[in-house]
Ligand binder design. Sequence first.
Ligand code: HEC
Ligand code: HEC
Length: 288
Amino acid sequence: MQRQSHMRLAATVFSLALAGGAMADPVEDTLVIETDEGQIELVTTTAAPAHLQDVMDTIWSGWHFREDETRDLQRDDFDNPGMVFADRGLDSWNAAQGKNGESCAGCHQGPESMKGLRAVLPRVDEKTGKLMILENYVNACVTERMGLEAWGTTGDKMKDMLALISMQSRGEVVNVAIDGPAAPFWEQGKEIYYTRYGQLEMACANCHEDQQGKMIRADHLSQGQINGFPTYRLKDAGMVSAQQRFVGCVRDTRAETFKAGSDEFKALELYVASRGNGLSIEGVSVRH
Ligand code: HEC
Ligand code: HEC
């Protein structure tokens, strides 16, 4: 009983924090990144995709909602703390770590062979009809083609590889399919996005659609886009994948969360990705 009333109080305080939250517009700024191969400019804001246009006109990368110092870390690869993880991914890519000495490079050549992939995932695999996130593709090769135990979904080895492969699509525009075989998964993800979970009875949409731009405690609420993932989170001093971020956000509403890599969160990833159709993949972004 005691515990429950605490919870209810917490919920009320939390809702008040939101209701009273000040508005702060996303920062007007342009993301031009210094890379080894020169400068590249990313699309960090654009017109909302057609399926969102009755709820919002414009989509914004989470980058626009972060403070100056955090945004600056993403302007130069030399300063971006996430690059270390992509470099580790490259070592792993080249290593003869399969049961019979197979390496990713042995079959796929350089990581550039993965160019464009991150921008179209999640997608339904033509051969199996399954909804695939990048983690699923990596694990399929690790287990079926290298004879190893799966790398799991949220471990360091997996996230290093997500960072490396995402970097190959940096600057490409998110373009996930939501029709055809993807449609039922997209509908499932959309339903999850609008369902209120947990003690706080809040849906993703309550925060990232209705309250976007508000200050919640010290945090500036973004649209919850995933074009920047995996991201280096300063708070955790490490990489966070989209799947992990979903777990964290649901947990913050005090709900039992779906597992990272579950069918539910894969469908949610497709739906959330589609809300960012038109934004650039950031490769490895930096968030607070
Ligand atoms: C023995 C060869 C082999 C090895 C080793 C291998 N792969 Fe693959 N990989 C393949 C084949 C074959 C495919 C399927 C290609 C297709 O369907 O077009 C594939 C597909 C993929 C895909 C999906 C690509 C796409 O465009 O759909 C990813 C991602 C991937 N591999 C990552 C890796 C990673 C990371 C490693 C190392 C940990 C690795 N692979 C090791 C052979 C291999
Ligand atoms: C109670 C409010 C709340 C709810 C509900 C919520 N989030 Fe969040 N979320 C936040 C806050 C606060 C942050 C950190 C600031 C920001 O980027 O918006 C965040 C960050 C994110 C980010 C990182 C964005 C970036 O660019 O770094 C993603 C992705 C995200 N949320 C997705 C979701 C999804 C999907 C759901 C539903 C399962 C959800 N969130 C539910 C509050 C919420």
